[in-house]
Design a binder for this molecule. Structure first.
Ligand SMILES: [Zn+2]
Length: 108
């Protein structure tokens, strides 16, 4: 990602900026420094993290056989859920998928 701010600017450089421009410039410089510090080249990983935090409705199925999910066993014929993101079995009260970290949500 190409920087808009100089890496080690001095506060003197902000003297010519008016109003909120200097504040925004500072925030942008902090943001660009963090991106570099963590080796993030673009917003892809941040967008993925936002997607994981956005509740996703699970797939609800009736199991044909006994299934072990977490520490419990769901008997054949009961309703079970699969993560809407990775397809792993999930337990109804889980807030997040234990496999991929997707936040679970939606009407049930
Ligand atoms: Zn998942």
């Amino acid at each position: 990602m190409e920087r808009l701010t100089t890496k080690n600017y001095t506060y003197h450089e902000l003297d010519f900026m008016e109003g909120g421009v200097a504040d925004c410039f500072n925030k942008l410089a902090e943001y660009e420094n963090l991106m570099e510090e963590y080796g993030l080249k673009d917003l892809t990983e941040i967008e993925n993290a936002v997607q994981k935090q956005t509740p996703k409705q699970p797939e609800i199925l009736r199991c044909n056989e006994d299934i072990r999910i977490g520490r419990g066993v769901w008997k054949a014929g009961t309703s079970v859920m699969k993560c809407g993101s990775c397809g792993e079995w999930i337990v109804p009260h889980w807030k997040y998928c234990s496999e991929c970290g997707q936040r679970i949500g939606g009407s049930q």
